[in-house]
Design a binder for this molecule. Structure first.
Ligand SMILES: [Zn+2]
Length: 169
């Protein structure tokens, strides 16, 4: 079964937030595993024993930061572009399987595929689902992935699909 953390209850932790030092947007606490998987290696030693947050603002150039503002990373300090930031190139739809927005659109348009699993398997032999580690937000890509599928289906005049619930990661 494909991952779909929309209604996920497997991880009922409270959301801890902190304001971005640059734009003052409210960012969520990110699991250290996800920070390390996405931040370039040369910065790893600086993030010991410190809570790291992610700026959610699409215009802000800041990516990860610490609550006390001693650490602040910019977008180019990450290994891959942050999908929701302006001018990200490529826009990544699924970090676990390295699928871009463009690949999702092509799979829907040219091959009539309509689910995360079908689309990932169109490009790879198997599906990987380790969002808590590989997604920069530590969260599942399902909502964004399906928003691309549905946007494309709508542009083709086709019926949209329901975003799956449940979580298997
Ligand atoms: Zn910011």
């Amino acid at each position: 079964m494909e991952c779909g953390c929309t209604n996920c209850t497997c991880d009922d932790k409270e959301v801890i937030t902190s304001l971005c030092p640059e734009c003052r947007s409210t960012g969520n606490l990110i699991p250290e595993k996800a920070v390390k998987a996405n931040l370039k290696k040369e910065f790893h030693s600086s993030i010991k024993n410190v809570d790291i947050f992610l700026c959610p603002d699409e215009e802000c150039q800041t990516s990860y930061y610490s609550e006390d503002n001693t650490l602040k990373f910019i977008l180019s300090d990450l290994k891959k572009p942050l999908w929701y930031k302006n001018n990200s190139d490529p826009v990544i739809a699924c970090y676990c399987n390295n699928i871009t927005e463009e690949q999702v659109i092509n799979a829907v348009k040219k091959h009539d595929l309509k689910s995360w699993q079908e689309i990932v398997l169109h490009y790879h032999e198997k599906t990987l689902c380790i969002c808590r580690k590989l997604n920069p937000s530590g969260e599942c890509c399902t909502d964004f992935f399906y928003s691309i599928i549905n946007k494309t289906l709508t542009s083709l005049g086709k019926e949209t699909v329901t975003i799956p619930g449940g979580c298997t990661c």
